[in-house]
Design a protein around this ligand. Structure first.
Ligand code: ADP
Length: 279
């Protein structure tokens, strides 16, 4: 039996455990980011490699079929592991069909448009699996915490985001959103690593410390985004991410289940071509 099936039989599918059911109020203060749901690190390595093989095979069909578009959103506080997830999980995908966008502080041109403009331009075409490293959710996270727009402007955005995601989903885009949860202590350790390791120091900015000091404001903002924007058409998955190995495993497993449900098939090819001998 594959490692995944063994766990599934015993503990249930991670997709069902980690999904934020629409309408649920998420409480991050009492959520344990160190949870591993009965997994052990050593077996997890095998389970992850099986999971990555599954993703590779599924993406190949989705790309060939060019019928479904898939949007994967990654959010989390600084050092939660968004980059690491891309490196360790999305590596399963052929880069040809997997555009990655990292959303930074908006440029003047982006700010001159509505906040969804820059995001909509990066949504996946049919056949693609697009990865958002940060996303339109920054417009109810950093923007809210730093009061970059007045409250009545960001308050409206939860509904706007739900409506926009609904429209995308209606038009054939499958949306999967992962929130990578770590605790304050884990963030401290990871930021310290960045300072101490010369090969990773470039990732650290002193502004990260000011952001860290706003931990509780961010927690409130994350809770609202998760509670108000987990919908049947674009669910959030709340992933305990203190353990990188569990985070990778969970994202690969859930993504695999979501892609499998698309039932992508290789196109049949031109009529009458079967049996053709190429000379
Ligand atoms: P990383 O994503 O690796 O942390 P950076 O260090 O360049 O990359 O950080 C990107 C920064 O851009 C973050 O501080 C994030 O909050 C900010 N940002 C992203 N989107 C927006 C937005 N819509 N408005 C303001 N700041 C934003």
């Amino acid at each position: 039996m594959a490692e995944r099936d063994r766990h599934r039989a015993k503990h249930g599918a991670l997709r069902d455990r980690l999904r934020v059911d629409p309408g649920t109020a998420v409480d991050l203060e009492h959520f344990d980011p160190g949870e591993t749901y009965g997994r052990e690190r050593v077996e997890a390595a095998l389970e992850l490699s099986e999971g990555l093989e599954r993703l590779t095979a599924l993406q190949d069909r989705i790309w060939a079929e060019a019928r479904h578009a898939v949007l994967v959103v990654l959010q989390g506080i600084d050092a939660a592991g968004k980059d690491g997830t891309i490196r360790h999980v999305m590596t399963a995908f052929n880069p040809m069909g997997c555009p990655v966008t990292s959303f930074k502080v908006p440029t003047d041109e982006e700010l001159a448009h509505d906040y969804l403009w820059r995001v909509h331009r990066r949504t996946p075409a049919r056949g693609e699996i697009a990865i958002f490293n940060r996303s339109h959710y920054e417009d109810v996270l950093v923007v809210r915490v730093h009061e970059l727009v007045p409250r009545d402007a960001w308050e409206k955005r939860y509904e706007q985001i739900n409506a926009w995601e609904h429209q995308l989903a209606d038009e054939g885009t499958t949306i999967v959103k992962f929130f990578l949860a770590i605790d304050q202590d884990e963030q401290r350790a990871r930021l310290q690593d960045r300072v101490d390791d010369p090969t990773r120091r470039w990732k650290f900015r002193s502004a990260d410390l000011a952001e860290r000091a706003r931990w509780h404001d961010y927690r409130k903002a994350f809770e609202d985004a998760l509670s108000r924007c987990s919908t049947s058409w674009a669910p959030w998955y709340l992933v305990p991410s203190n353990h990188k190995w569990f985070r990778n495993l969970a994202v690969a497993d859930i993504l695999g289940d979501v892609l499998e449900d698309l039932h992508a098939e290789y196109p049949a090819g031109e009529a009458g071509i079967e049996g053709t001998v190429v000379r």
